[in-house]
Design a protein. Structure first.
Length: 225
């Protein structure tokens, strides 16, 4: 699940890292069309560990920027592969001048994927779907993690493990006003949100941050009183 406020229609632009970045392109009716955003980052923790942090929805308000409340209503285990679970959760998001409450159906496929689809999108979003995917980080020929920004753990649970976290959100706003206001800050806020999940992993599993850990915004950059 994610907390984000993007807006005007965005088109992918090449970034230094090779990841697609979003840039303003269209306004008017097309500004309300469904829009995707994708980011990928390597975490120096095992898949199970990262999955546990992202799936801990009840505690989002403790560490996710702009999240004022998070509650899981119920959880059900349906027919499906081992580790498959479905829950329904409500999030309250606050970022002046917006205050949004919405409910999502969340499918958890441990330890590889989490998909959250808003079923009660409220006044700001007409549609929102978030996908998290977790894969063992590939090693290069020399045996080093593909990202130069991480440092592997040498002891404790998950020692030596790294996970590539892929985050994708597709959204559609109710009004062009919401879209315009949110587009001004979305790119920074999305990266700040990812940084918050990484900081939560550090808090729970250890590993002191270093200057070379991850080139991402501070997770408290979007904290509101």
């Amino acid at each position: 699940m994610n907390l984000a406020f993007p807006l005007r229609r965005m088109a992918p632009l090449a970034s230094r890292s090779g990841q697609a970045r979003l840039g303003p392109l269209w306004t008017g009716r097309r500004a309300l069309a469904s829009q995707p955003f994708h980011e990928s980052l390597v975490f120096p923790y095992g898949r199970e560990q990262v999955f546990d942090v992202v799936s801990d929805i009840d505690r989002y308000s403790e560490f996710v920027p702009l999240c004022k409340g998070s509650t899981v209503f119920h959880a059900t285990r349906k027919d499906g592969p081992a580790g498959w679970q479905s829950v329904q959760a409500e999030l309250v998001v606050g970022y002046p001048p917006f205050h949004e409450r919405y409910t999502s159906d969340v499918v958890l496929e441990r330890p590889r994927r989490i998909v959250a689809t808003a079923v009660s999108a409220g006044r700001v979003f007409r549609y929102m779907r978030t996908v998290w995917e977790f894969a063992d980080a590939a090693k290069d020929a020399a045996g080093s993690p593909v990202s130069p920004f991480i440092r592997e753990r040498t002891s404790g649970p998950g020692a030596g493990a790294s996970t590539r976290v892929s985050f994708c959100i597709e959204y559609e706003f109710v009004s062009a006003l919401h879209a315009h206001a949110a587009s001004l800050a979305f790119d920074r806020m999305a990266r700040s949100t990812l940084a918050a999940y990484l900081a939560r992993c550090r808090e729970l599993y250890g590993l002191q941050p270093s200057a070379a850990d991850v080139a991402a915004p501070r997770s408290n950059e979007w904290k509101q009183d």
